[in-house]
Design a protein around this ligand. Structure first.
Ligand SMILES: [Zn+2]
Length: 441
């Protein structure tokens, strides 16, 4: 699978990811409303999505699905009728979930509703007020400093009313009903890394996996952050027992190195697989222990669920200056960075698909590889490595060590270990353990 991905024209893979992000970028998304529906519809043009609408007021665990928010326009006009702050220029200008307002007021009256970043005076901040009915505008600090005393016309043409919360799922059936969950939040407006990077990569991964003969089934969830994941978990409480591995994809388009936050379990197969893939990726990477803040892994790894779901990021949220500002734009996510992140995702799926335990059928001393033609070195480091991999696999295939465990122990790449296991299996030196597991494929 990874080989096939690597055989593709990488630059066109990268450009496609970025152009899809550019298509999604202008939409004013929120945790409910038409922006999220338009986003799901665009994803649906690439992969088949089943869309669920959860009514406002629905109780989901300790939370309640909020009213639906929609916005058409918003501005602050000066006395001459000029739009000095204009939603049409950037949807970040309005505090997301602002209630409607249309009034004339002085600058002093307006000021408590203005949000800026004095330390980053050219950038517009991103603010929300989902669970407290309020209104406000976000603008650059320099823009605010340019406002003079006088009367302003303030308008937010929004609605906050009973409606629905929307999420979309793409399910790809494999040989087993055991599932891999890939989850990305889709509620932020014009912010590129957070999280068009996650959305576009998840959609591309789903498209890459579609139509393949897969060991696991894959479920891609595109849901608003926090409340969307909570609503999905509430509606799938019994279903989650079939989730074997999971990944939250977020903030994976910037130039920073990879950060993988482990599941709460800490030693789940996804944690070991991701650590292995990143270690061999040739990219800077750091593995972090689970913490109860961040993205939707907080919900999947809440103690009642404790699912094996980790979170793949590049720069960590909140630590980079572009985070939650207008500088998190299409320039900030580069095609090659998106492509490299997709490659990591394909590589980890390749490990999950191929990882299994074997039993050595000739465990008393080494089997004689030479008489089976398995000790012939094709020469060079690669040939020597292939033979070493066969010895590692034979020695540790005791039904207790998976191929991933053996890869980790040997320092060899998973693919080299798996190729060795395939060859030894064909030569009847290994049996699958347990033998009722899914067949290699
Ligand atoms: Zn965010």
């Amino acid at each position: 699978m990874l080989g096939e991905f690597e055989g593709r024209d990488f630059s066109s893979v990268c450009e496609d990811l970025h152009s899809f992000a550019a298509e999604l970028y202008p939409i004013c998304r929120s945790i409910t409303g038409t922006g999220i529906r338009e986003t799901l519809e665009l994803i649906n043009t690439r992969i088949p999505l089943e869309i669920t609408e959860v009514p406002s007021g629905t109780e989901v665990f300790d939370w309640t699905v909020p009213k639906e928010w929609n916005i058409r326009d918003a501005y602050i006009k000066d006395a001459s009728g000029n739009r000095v702050v204009d939603f049409q220029r950037s949807n970040l200008h309005v505090v997301n979930y602002s209630i409607p307002v249309h009034a004339a007021m002085s600058l002093t009256e307006l000021e408590p509703h203005l949000y800026t970043l004095p330390k980053q005076p050219d950038l517009i901040p991103y603010r929300t007020s989902y669970y407290k009915e309020d209104w406000g505008f976000c603008l650059s600090h320099n823009q605010k400093l340019a406002l003079t005393e006088g009367r302003y016309e303030v308008c937010i043409d929004s609605t906050l009313a009973a409606g629905h919360l929307s999420y979309g799922e793409c399910y790809i059936a494999g040989r087993s009903t055991d599932e891999v969950l890939i989850s990305s939040h889709c509620c932020h407006p014009s912010l590129a890394n957070d999280n068009l990077s996650g959305l576009t990569i998840a959609a591309a991964l789903a498209r890459f996996l579609s139509g393949r003969d897969l060991r696991y089934s894959y479920r891609f969830l595109f849901a608003p952050g926090t409340i969307g994941a909570i609503a999905w978990l509430a509606r799938n409480r019994d279903h989650v027992a079939c989730i074997r591995h999971g990944l939250v994809l977020t903030g994976i388009g910037d130039a920073g190195g990879f950060h993988y936050k482990k599941s709460r379990q800490g030693d789940a197969e996804i944690d070991l697989a991701m650590a292995h893939v990143l270690q061999h990726s040739g990219e800077f990477s750091v593995t972090l222990d689970f913490s109860p803040y961040g993205y939707d892994e907080r919900q999947y790894c809440s103690p009642g669920f404790n699912l094996p779901v980790g979170c793949l990021m590049r720069s960590i949220w909140g630590t980079y200056p572009q985070y939650h500002t207008s500088a998190d734009n299409l320039e900030f996510i580069r095609p090659a960075q998106l492509g490299a992140s997709l490659r990591v995702c394909v590589a980890v799926v390749d490990v999950l698909e191929g990882n299994r335990c074997y039993q050595n059928l000739s465990p008393f001393c080494e089997p004689q590889l030479g008489k089976r033609g398995l000790y012939l070195s094709s020469g060079g480091d690669a040939g020597e490595m292939a033979i070493n991999a066969r010895l590692w696999v034979l020695n540790y295939s005791d039904g207790k060590h998976s191929l991933l465990d053996i890869a980790k122990r040997s320092g060899l790449k998973f693919q080299v270990i798996r190729d060795a296991a395939d060859l030894l299996f064909e030569n009847e030196l290994l049996a699958q353990f347990p033998d009722d597991g899914p067949s290699p494929g």
